[in-house]
Design a protein around this ligand. Structure first.
Ligand code: NAD
Length: 485
């Protein structure tokens, strides 16, 4: 085992695992045993919540300009340890070291945004009547929770930790049991940056801890990022318990390719979108709609996809089950009459025979009723459907239940504008394969990709992580003047 057993991080220190059941943490890169992770019990969550509740008494009252100083220092530490963190992300998640580096760079950008929060959360004040003022201010909620998935062990925690904590909350984070290592380094670095004990607590585990978070009477708000199936469970359970909840789910992102798209740029962008992070991104291109005659672009797309070499510039998928599930999708589509133009099945990387690799896969002549057209595959696979018109393409896009991203590749401004207007997705790209809005713009999908109100990052997150206090004050002595006079 390469690393010591993972433990919870409560009240500023790593705890023991006191007889908890442990799961193996396996590296998708080569199948080696990295560590073990505890399946915590609700009593562990109780300890974390009481630590956070105590910490909130001081942290919640500290001026935000002081609180963000921790994140200025945290940002410098992320920069200092960028390479080490990137390698850890790569080892536990399976993405390439370069993709790990990009993830840490994004974590840094998210932290920078949190450092700017004092400029964004100023309240309002107006003299509403002579000598009488109404004022608003944003105040933290208290103890909040963040439940995160396996595909971004550092970036997704950095969607919530910096903003929620800079805004004055204390947090319990529940990492994915598949990738529990990076969060330990994040907690350590935040402590080194000066975060007081108890402000961030890490509780590892599975659905039992998630259920306990949704039920805990002293947790005010729950953010969730993961599959739609679990997003629905968490959203229902947390709101049933009268908590504020924002739950981001899965995706099926469509790229519409028009005949006037620039072939090389389009082919490279689509390949990067469908195969980056081995297709395990909620913003990955999963379906391509070829509108009219675009065979010349599909040809270049196949050439680009063949340049993706598992174990070199293409990482591994998370585990054996995932690899089998993805390969099964490809085989099913083939059986139903689709044509596999580039086949990533049965890839083995020499020297890493136990790694879980799949090559970039392009499936053509997919019809909208096939499961590869409808379901989230979460692997380096793109399904091509063909339509004669843009309207038909948009009907297919609109009929999919998700709504994270959609993109169009064209040189026609009017067509691009039409897609922006008519795509049923929260994030739309024009000639951009992964239309993730960069800070300060916020991240969030529509439909079954997001339950709750608002986005998880950017200015939108301020509303989620705070509540608004309204005060009306009168300090003039006249008896005849009141708030409505
Ligand atoms: P997942 O839903 O399986 O797990 C997410 C979290 O929920 C984990 O911490 C896990 O321990 C917990 N969990 C799993 N099953 C549970 C259950 N039955 N009850 C309660 N909790 C449970 O997701 P994953 O496989 O880790 O991540 C991949 C998914 O996340 C994909 O669907 C992807 O699209 C989605 N995702 C979405 C976004 C977004 O912004 N919309 C971002 C990243 C990932």
């Amino acid at each position: 085992m390469k690393y010591p057993a993972v433990t919870n991080f409560i009240q500023g220190r790593f705890t023991g695992n006191s007889g908890r059941e442990m799961l193996d943490v396996i590296s998708p890169l080569d199948g080696s045993l990295l560590s073990t992770v505890p399946l915590s019990k609700s009593i562990d969550l109780d300890t974390a919540v009481s630590s956070a509740t105590t910490a909130f008494k001081t942290w919640g009252k500290m001026p935000i300009k002081e609180r963000v100083q921790v994140f200025f220092r945290f940002k410098s530490l992320l920069e200092k340890y960028k390479k080490e963190l990137a390698n850890l992300v790569s080892e536990e998640n399976g993405k390439t070291p370069d993709e790990g580096l990009a993830e840490i760079e994004k974590s840094i950008e998210l932290t920078e945004f949190a450092c700017s929060l004092p400029q964004l959360v100023t309240g309002e004040l107006l003299e509403v009547s002579r000598g009488i003022e109404c004022r608003t201010e944003r105040v933290p909620l208290g103890v909040v929770a963040s439940i995160v998935p396996f595909n971004f062990p550092s970036m997704v925690p950095c969607w919530t930790i910096p903003n929620a904590i800079a805004l004055g909350n204390c947090m319990i984070i529940k990492p994915s049991e598949k990738v529990p290592l990076s969060i330990g380094r994040i907690a350590e670095l935040l402590k080194e940056a000066g975060l007081p004990d108890g402000v961030l607590n890490v509780v590892h585990g599975n659905s039992e801890i998630v259920d306990s978070i949704c039920d805990h009477p002293n947790i005010e708000a729950v953010s969730f990022v993961g599959s739609t199936k679990v997003a629905k469970i968490v959203y229902r359970r947390a709101t049933q318990n009268l908590k504020r909840c924002l739950a981001l789910g899965g995706a099926k992102n469509h790229l519409l390719v028009l005949p006037d798209a620039i072939p090389d740029m389009t082919a490279q962008n689509i390949t990067a979108s469908m195969s980056g992070c081995a297709g395990q991104r909620c913003m990955a291109a999963s379906a391509m709609i070829a509108v009219g005659e675009v065979d010349h672009i599909i040809e270049r797309l196949c050439a680009e996809a063949r340049k993706m070499v598992p174990g070199e510039n293409l990482g591994a998928v998370i585990n054996k089950e995932s690899k089998a599930r993805i390969e099964n999708y490809i085989s099913q589509a083939e059986k139903m009459g689709a044509r596999v133009l580039v086949d990533g099945r049965n890839k083995v990387v020499a020297g890493k025979e136990n790694g879980t690799y799949i090559g970039a896969t392009i499936i053509d002549y997919v019809t909208p009723d096939m499961s590869v057209a409808k379901e989230e595959i979460f692997g380096p696979v793109i399904s091509i459907m063909r339509t004669k018109t843009l309207e038909e393409a948009l009907i297919i896009e609109n009929n999919n239940p998700y709504g994270n991203a959609a993109s169009v590749f064209t040189q026609n401004g009017a067509a691009a504008r039409y897609v922006i207007e008519h795509a049923s997705a929260g994030m739309v790209g024009v000639n951009v394969g992964v239309p993730v809005p960069r800070e300060p713009f916020s991240f969030g999908g529509w439909n079954e990709s997001r339950f709750g109100v608002g986005d998880i990052t950017g200015k939108s997150s301020i509303e989620f992580w705070t509540k608004l206090k309204k005060s009306t004050t009168k300090w003039n002595p006249q008896a005849g003047v009141n708030w409505m006079s």
